[in-house]
Ligand binder design. Structure first.
Ligand code: NAD
Length: 372
């Protein structure tokens, strides 16, 4: 029988990759999404008319609408991705993060629990709820070591704290009600359809427009990168075969310093779209993000061993694909750059911004963004 998967946040970056993957796999998919600034139905253009795909504009905090979606769609599985996801925006205003990431997850848990409790027999045994979370809940690593599933939670930003709170709610629902939930904690994703506020697409698009390439601090912060389609496959495996009440770390073993990521993108652009001087000359070091975690690294051994998952994309092959995708798909990003987000600096605390002098190009760039 065709499995039915309810995806939340399916108009976002990872959610749209999950929907495209599931539809291609033959699952019946209902995507519920509030279409915030980060939600974009254009990312689903390739599956928009597929018979096994449906979309409903729903805010996950709206408990009545969510309950109705469960009642009419009757899902076997839920993959919960809807969230406010940008750390810099959480620094400027935490409200939506608390509302969607915590209250919204509570709303999803309650609707899913009511649905599950009304099921019986095989349907009840098979029902799963996958909560998609981040490695940022673990806080920052020093030079060595990596996050395992048992690593203590120690979030630094309003974003990661709201995701940590949501993870705790999900674990509590599994322990208290025996609710069949699983949690995944993934490292930084990149790939096609990535909203241009995030590092890699921001760098690609600023470079194409010959604008400064902002690098926070000295660019020495390390992130562990995963190609978004590898993440989508991992989530499908976890929702199907993950053990109830367990957590799974997802990561591609691709640690890179931010400055090296930016230089790598520049080198690819030098090859694919050469200009008079190297793109690297556009790099501008800007005021660091407050509370910026130094390093994230994921140990994905549990997922690899238990569920046989492997990242298929290396960082070099994935970034090359991504740069080529942005060069070929201006139709997707141009409206976003023109109408939603033009590349201005986010996440500067007002007080600190006021103290920043306009002496260097870097601080001018930071200042230019204040008030946006
Ligand atoms: P995104 O910001 O691109 O997309 C979020 C989606 O959620 C958007 O389509 C938005 O419209 C929707 N949404 C927001 N508030 C909503 C609400 N109240 N009701 C319904 N829909 C709402 O985010 P993303 O990068 O695709 O991340 C998806 C999930 O994966 C998030 O839960 C995030 O915490 C997690 N995650 C992201 C990364 C990453 O690198 N991007 C890494 C690990 C985990």
């Amino acid at each position: 029988m065709q499995r039915k998967v309810l995806v939340t946040g399916g108009a976002g970056f990872i959610g749209s990759a999950v929907c495209r993957h599931l539809v291609a796999e033959g699952a019946s998919v209902l995507n519920i999404d509030a279409l915030t600034y980060a939600g974009n139905l254009e990312s689903l253009a390739t599956i928009g008319n597929a018979p096994n795909y449906r979309f409903a504009k729903i805010d996950i905090c709206d408990r009545r609408a969510v309950a109705e979606a469960f009642a009419t769609f009757h899902p076997d599985q839920v993959i919960h991705l809807a969230a406010e996801s940008h750390v810099d925006r959480s620094i400027m205003a935490g409200d939506a993060f608390i509302q969607t990431n915590i209250v919204g997850t509570f709303s999803m848990l309650e609707a899913a629990r009511a649905h599950w409790q009304a099921l019986s027999g095989r349907e009840r045994d098979a029902f799963r709820f996958l909560h998609v979370s981040t490695d940022e809940v673990y806080g920052s690593l020093s030079e060595n070591g990596s996050f395992v599933e048992e690593t203590r939670y120690d979030p630094s930003s309003p974003y990661s704290a709201s995701k940590a709170a949501a993870d705790h709610l999900v674990s509590a629902w599994a322990r208290t009600y025996g609710f069949p939930a699983v949690i995944s904690n993934c490292s930084n994703n990149y790939g096609p359809y990535h909203f241009p506020e995030k590092l890699i697409p921001l760098i690609i698009l600023n470079a194409i427009h010959l604008k400064p390439l902002p690098v926070y601090g000295a660019g020495l912060n390390v992130r562990d990168w995963l190609y978004v389609e590898d993440h989508a496959r991992a989530l499908d495996l976890i929702v199907a075969h993950g053990r109830i009440g367990e957590k799974y770390n997802v990561g591609g073993r691709n640690e890179r310093r931010n400055i090296d990521v930016v230089r790598g993108v520049c080198a690819i652009l030098d090859r694919l779209r050469p200009m008079k001087r190297p793109y690297e000359s556009l790099i501008a070091f800007v005021t660091d993000r407050p509370g910026h975690d130094l390093r994230y690294a994921i140990d994905a051994t549990k997922l690899e061993r238990e569920l046989g998952w492997r990242a298929l994309e290396t960082f070099d092959s994935g970034v090359e694909k991504t740069v080529r995708w942005y060069l070929d798909n201006e139709w997707w990003w141009r409206p976003l750059r023109e109408k939603v987000y033009a590349g201005e600096r986010l996440g500067v605390i007002a007080e600190e911004a006021g103290q920043t002098s306009a002496r260097s190009p870097a601080s001018r760039l930071a200042q230019a963004t204040i008030g946006n």
